[in-house]
Design a protein around this ligand. Structure first.
Ligand code: SF4
Length: 434
């Protein structure tokens, strides 16, 4: 572990030198990869996610999803009970029965993920083998795959990475020139990007994952892909192993990130600068107008990121460069240099980055930094609020549509709202006291 460098100053200078990085391994405060099921089951509309886990796992996803009892959700938990843990029951036979009952009752399921958890890993239940066995039984009508959402040494956005990584070998082969956008995007955002590509004359664009599991995009050596989310390092490597090439770009958060991301695609597909400017200019202008009032709230406010969603570095870049926020510490659970190289080049010189977490030490640094806003997980937010900090839940940033020009102001609003609320509370309290 590197020495801890206390934050004495907030660096406001320009870009260039590689930022300093604190690397820590200690107690962490993050959700596990099961959380990804919440947004992925909404995206792939004929998929079902069967967690093989404990009652804790079931409670986690049910409360995260806010499931209504009359809904038929597309996820569930096959509970591993004491008999399984004690080795008294054949967990594989039990699992086969659960899958059989599920598929008989739900003919709408075309893709079933067996999702591993801490308990399934503790009892060494081989879900890869189970998925292969069940796939032979139920395929090709239903495809059955597996991935791990376990919370051991992972963070919650890795669930999506593991899921997409499991899907990559299923992608059909093509030798056509194409662009693939990789990462779950809300349908509304996907439609906005699709319209922009059409206006630029870019055809042969696919989105991975697709809305329907039968529409998996094809991949090959003439496929170029670009990540829409910064937490997909394993998926990136899996696509490269299928011959596709990665386009590196800043992520489409804010006006600058969106423009750079779209420009990378446009250049790869031979779109002229003139057409690119013509298509993007009105959207940029509209986004700039929407951002202007939010700048007033956010400018010069100090922000501190705990490592949680892996969105921290692109968001810090956006908040600093487009809204004038001052970066104190930017923590991220993992720092994939290949994925983030273009983002890191845009960060202010000598910004304090941290990778991994030792929560007590990071809390000490937070107290030194005295930020106006803290981005953190749910477990830290309430205690920090009670100490007078203004917080933003990192998980909300993954659940909300935040990509692209049309969402640039919505994204800024997510940070401005808690600051305005705090200012109003202070004002009201002072008025009461006077
Ligand atoms: S997978 Fe592990 S960390 Fe996640 S809810 Fe289950 S037991 Fe908890």
């Amino acid at each position: 572990m590197n020495a801890i460098i206390p934050i004495n100053t907030i660096v406001e200078s320009g870009c260039g030198a590689p930022p300093e990085i604190i690397r820590e391994r200690g107690q962490r405060e993050v959700f596990c990869g099961l959380t990804g099921i919440i947004w992925m089951h909404r995206k792939i509309q004929d998929a079902f996610f069967l967690v093989v886990g404990s009652r804790t796992c079931a409670h986690l996803i049910q409360s995260a999803a806010g499931v209504m009892i009359f809904a038929e959700p597309r996820f569930a938990t096959a509970i591993i009970d004491e008999r399984d843990l004690a080795g008294l029951a054949d967990a594989n036979a039990e699992l086969d029965k659960v899958v059989q009952r599920l598929l008989a009752r739900r003919p709408d399921i075309k893709l079933l993920f067996l999702v591993g958890s801490c308990p399934s890993e503790v009892i060494k239940l081989d879900l890869h083998r189970a998925a292969g066995r069940l796939d032979k039984q139920f395929g090709p009508k239903v495809r059955i795959l597996n991935y791990s959402g376990s919370g051991i040494e992972t963070t919650f956005t890795q669930g999506e990475d593991a899921c997409l990584n499991a899907l990559v070998p299923q992608l059909p082969v093509t030798d056509q020139k194409s662009i693939m956008i990789v990462g779950c995007l809300p349908d509304i955002v996907e439609d906005q990007f699709a319209r922009l590509f059409t206006e630029m004359g870019v055809t042969n664009v696919s989105f991975f994952p697709p809305r329907n599991s039968r529409d998996l995009p094809a991949v090959g050596s003439n496929t170029q892909f670009i990540l829409a989310q910064p937490f997909l390092g394993d998926t990136l490597r899996a696509l490269e192993s299928r011959g596709a090439s990665h386009l590196s770009a800043p992520f489409p958060f804010g006006i600058e990130g969106t423009t750079e991301w779209l420009a990378t695609i446009a250049t790869a597909m031979g779109v002229s600068q003139e057409l690119f400017d013509k298509v993007t200019a009105p959207k940029k202008a509209r986004a700039e107008m929407a951002l202007a009032p939010l700048k007033e709230t956010l400018k010069d406010k100090k922000i501190f990121f705990f490592p949680d969603s892996q969105l921290e570095i692109p968001l810090a870049r956006y908040l600093h460069r487009e809204l004038g926020m001052a970066l104190t510490e930017v923590g991220t659970p993992f720092l994939h240099k290949q994925v983030l190289e273009k983002e890191m080049a845009l960060l202010p010189q000598n910004v304090q980055l941290s990778e991994g977490q030792d929560v007590e030490k990071q809390l000490d640094r937070l107290k030194l930094a005295k930020p106006d806003m803290v981005v953190c997980g749910l477990g830290l937010a309430n205690p920090l609020e009670s100490e007078g900090y203004t917080t933003k839940w990192a998980i909300e940033l993954v659940f909300s549509p935040i990509h692209g020009y049309d969402q640039a102001a919505d994204l800024a609003e997510l940070f401005a709202r808690p600051l305005r609320r705090k200012a109003k509370l202070q004002f009201d309290t002072e008025a009461l006291c006077n």
